[in-house]
Design a protein around this ligand. Structure first.
Ligand code: MSP
Length: 484
């Protein structure tokens, strides 16, 4: 089975979705759409990481029970993803009964193998990160490097996962699968596991109640990361189990360690096949500054798509931010991209062609440069087959978008509006080119292309039939609103 199982991290529902969560989700959605276009069985998973102290605290601040609070937040997230045209196949919530049961089963299984034991944990805990740090990870004065706040020193009874036992197995896995870590330095991961310690995976109920109960000890609940990472496994119910293992896992650079080290070790411990790739992406700043509530520069993706379009946000995040690197979101740059590239190049071409076709007619012709479309197709197919996300994004930015300019240039050169002998041929050619370019653009501009490609054609049809034309039904296509 040609399949693609794509995951995003599951987000903490302590606040509404912001540009950072939208970023990963949009890239995952774009990829899911690409794979569907190539007829892969595709399963795109996203969802929420609902347990833990942080959520319990925010719920209390809102005078709500944790479950009621996360139920409301789940609606917010689902609503946001709908507005952003996110086509997930399943939305997992870690408070789902099914997830809880499977986490407990998984724990029982690895306990049977002797991988879980009761011990005492001494550590430095950051509430913001929901994790313990060792002293060497902290800044001077026992300060969390991310939140810049003093951490708490705690000694607690805890169950441990024998992570240290899996160091050699992890090294073997990385060596045998050099394509696993993408946009991630293997040296850094190797350094981080040099002195691999066992992992605390539970908390006594006296400290935390909002979590999954440890199946063999009623006095403990599962520590959030162990619970959260398992979502990728628990989400595949009965008939979806064929999708296992994940093919593309997308994560921000801050949570690479959990996914590159703990997650595979958990799976090795339970004899499960391991994920094919793990892609790290960078952090987005807003006008060069870190997004934060106190700076008041948190970008609300819903406001953006309501004012511009969901295509614009997707186009900007995918083609203007180097995937794997940090990037910046500036409203001025965003507006220019919307007005100049999406309206100026793409939508304007649709309008020019619609008007020409209605005024002068057209003949069924093939674009003289249709080879370019085929080349792009084969390049894209190659990257799809090798699950090369960087490659797929590169094909879109470097090969597909320039085709739009090619057609605009062809029109400028041939000037079919001058009523030349070949006007109908040129218009037909451009309609043929525009159909194929729009077909290729379906995953990147799902909204606009849904107005152009109204039949069931998919990208994978390109080598079979190059003769399709775009037949504009109207003279005017106002695809996007210009924003002043
Ligand atoms: N709940 C955990 C993930 C568990 S996955 C088993 C978590 N949640 S989070 O909501 O804090 O972050 C989710 C994702 O959003 C992370 O991949 C993080 O990198 C990403 N982003 C958060 N802020 C971001 C930016 N400013 N820019 C880009 N992505 C960022 O971590």
């Amino acid at each position: 089975m040609k399949k693609c199982y794509i995951t995003t991290p599951i987000y903490y529902p302590n606040a509404k979705p912001h540009l950072g969560s939208a970023y990963t989700t949009i890239i995952a959605d774009f990829l899911a759409r690409v794979y569907r276009e190539f007829n892969y069985e595709t399963f795109f998973l996203t969802g929420l990481d609902e347990h833990g102290e942080k959520i319990e605290k925010v719920a209390k601040e809102n005078k709500k029970e944790p479950k009621d609070f996360v139920d409301e937040m789940a609606k917010e997230f689902q609503n946001a993803w709908k507005k952003l045209d996110i086509s997930y196949d399943y939305f997992i919530r870690t408070s789902d009964e099914n997830h809880k049961k499977k986490v407990q089963k998984f724990l029982n299984e690895i306990k049977e193998n002797g991988d879980i034991y009761l011990g005492v944990y001494n550590g430095y805990y950051c509430v913001g990160c929901e994790r313990y740090y060792t002293e060497k990870d902290l800044l001077e004065g026992f300060v969390c490097p991310l939140h810049l706040k003093k951490v708490e020193k705690k000694s607690i009874e805890s169950y441990f996962f024998r992570l240290s036992k899996y160091k050699e197995a992890l090294i073997e896995f990385y060596n045998k699968n050099p394509g696993f870590l993408r946009n991630i330095s293997i040296e850094q991961i190797m350094n981080s596991i040099e002195d691999l310690k066992d992992l605390s995976i539970s908390r006594p109920k006296s400290q935390l109640t909002w979590g999954i109960e440890i199946p063999f000890d009623k006095n403990h609940v599962v520590y959030v990361w162990f619970d959260a990472l398992l979502n990728y496994y628990t989400a595949l119910n009965e008939n979806k189990s064929l999708f296992w293992p994940p093919d593309i896992q997308l994560v921000g650079k801050d949570i690479v360690w959990f996914h590159a080290v703990i997650w595979p070790a958990m799976l090795i411990a339970n004899n499960k096949p391991l994920p094919r790739t793990l892609y790290s992406h960078g952090f987005l700043t807003v006008d060069g500054k870190k997004m934060s509530k106190s700076l008041g520069n948190v970008v609300d993706p819903i406001e953006i798509v309501e004012k511009y379009s969901s295509d614009t946000l997707r186009y900007y995040l995918i083609t203007k931010i180097g995937f794997g690197e940090d990037g910046d979101f500036s409203l001025n740059a965003f507006k220019d991209v919307h007005n100049q590239e999406l309206i100026g190049h793409y939508a304007n071409l649709a309008n020019r062609l619609a008007k020409l076709a209605h005024s002068f007619g057209y003949k069924k012709r093939k674009w003289r440069e249709i080879e370019k479309v085929k080349n792009v197709f084969y390049e894209l197919e190659k990257n799809v087959e090798s699950y090369n996300v960087n490659g797929i994004i590169r094909v879109y930015t470097e090969m597909i978008m320039p085709l739009v300019s090619d057609v605009n240039m062809l029109l400028n050169k041939e000037q079919p509006w001058q009523k030349r002998e070949n006007s109908k041929d040129v218009i037909g050619e451009c309609l043929n080119a525009f159909f194929h370019i729009s077909l290729l653009l379906k995953p990147l501009l799902p909204y606009a292309t849904s107005l152009i490609i109204t039949n069931k054609s998919k990208i994978c049809d390109i080598p079979k039939d190059e003769s399709n034309l775009w037949i504009p039904e109207k003279e005017n296509y106002i695809i996007y609103k210009k924003v002043e």
